[in-house]
Design a protein around this ligand. Structure first.
Ligand SMILES: [Zn+2]
Ligand SMILES: [Zn+2]
Length: 278
């Protein structure tokens, strides 16, 4: 197959499994702007994954002074919109991005029970009471090796919780570009990979970091290669918060994934995983 054919095939078959509507209203008009962008790019399906913490229904799972002013949305409104979009035949899947907080496993399980979801992404944005991707000034004076160690331990616990279909953006600890020394980073990643070996979780390849100060995929490519060698399934995700960012970096990333040896990505329907050839 020549390059043009494979390019075309790739564009047709890709899905973007991490989109946020939170900068607009829960209306079909706003959602349609994201769909239009996928049409332009030839992306076949999108998975919307609103931040669970934004909903009042998430209060038992995550609530603090930082969250309080943002925890104002109602889950019913979001789910109704998404179900209507599916009924119209729009290529959308219903998801949530849920913060993994150690000790909150039972609360998360209860809160998600019986929701009409296609997939749940588990993400780590908090280490204790520190939200590490909201304010670069909060990084001042931190021991980066210790931060990376804590982050990857928490990321392993998120997988071990078995609460999630997809593990969101591993390595987003580099969000603002802070990186531990190479050997410390590698040690932290090794610990994580060893702990999650053989676990039934799909790992997200998030291109959103390319637009952030990290200027890198989450996971970074070196780690992604090892995730491939370990045989994990993946999703491809832009983490777009605006229609124009849907599918950002997908063409190049698709090529990288094929080069690394990935054969397929995953899609989800009612929390069942389905493999899709790359
Ligand atoms: Zn996230
Ligand atoms: Zn996100």
């Amino acid at each position: 197959m020549n390059e043009m054919d494979s390019e075309k095939r790739g564009e047709i078959m890709l899905a973007d499994y991490h989109i946020h509507l939170e900068n607009g209203p829960f209306t079909l008009d706003w959602l349609e702007r994201f769909i239009k962008r996928t049409d332009e790019l030839g992306i076949e399906e999108i998975g919307v994954a609103e931040h669970f913490y934004r909903f009042v229904e998430a209060r038992s799972c995550l609530y603090n002074d930082h969250i309080a002013p943002r925890q104002t949305q109602h889950l019913e409104e979001y789910l109704e919109l998404m179900v209507r979009a599916q009924q119209k035949g729009w290529p959308v899947r219903i998801g949530l991005e849920v913060d993994y907080i150690p000790g909150k496993e039972a609360a998360i399980e209860r809160a998600l029970k019986e929701l009409p979801l296609d997939f749940v992404i588990g993400s780590v944005h908090w280490l204790g009471d520190w939200c590490f991707d909201s304010d670069p000034a909060s990084w001042e004076g931190r021991d980066l090796a210790a931060v990376y160690h804590d982050y990857y331990i928490t990321l392993a616990q998120a997988v071990e919780s078995k609460l999630f279909d997809i593990l969101g953006h591993p390595g987003n600890i580099a969000y603002f570009g802070h990186r531990a020394a190479p050997d410390a980073m590698r040690r932290a990643e090794d610990t994580w990979l060893t702990r999650i070996k053989g676990k039934n979780i799909c790992i997200e390849v998030n291109t959103g970091g390319l637009l952030r100060q990290a200027r890198a995929h989450f996971p970074r490519l070196e780690l992604l290669r090892r995730i491939c060698d370990a045989g994990f399934d993946i999703t491809l995700a832009s983490d777009a918060h605006w229609p124009e960012d849907v599918g950002h970096g997908f063409t190049e990333t698709h090529r990288l994934l094929l080069q690394m040896g990935f054969k397929h990505t995953c899609r989800f329907h009612q929390r069942q995983r389905k493999l899709q050839s790359l």
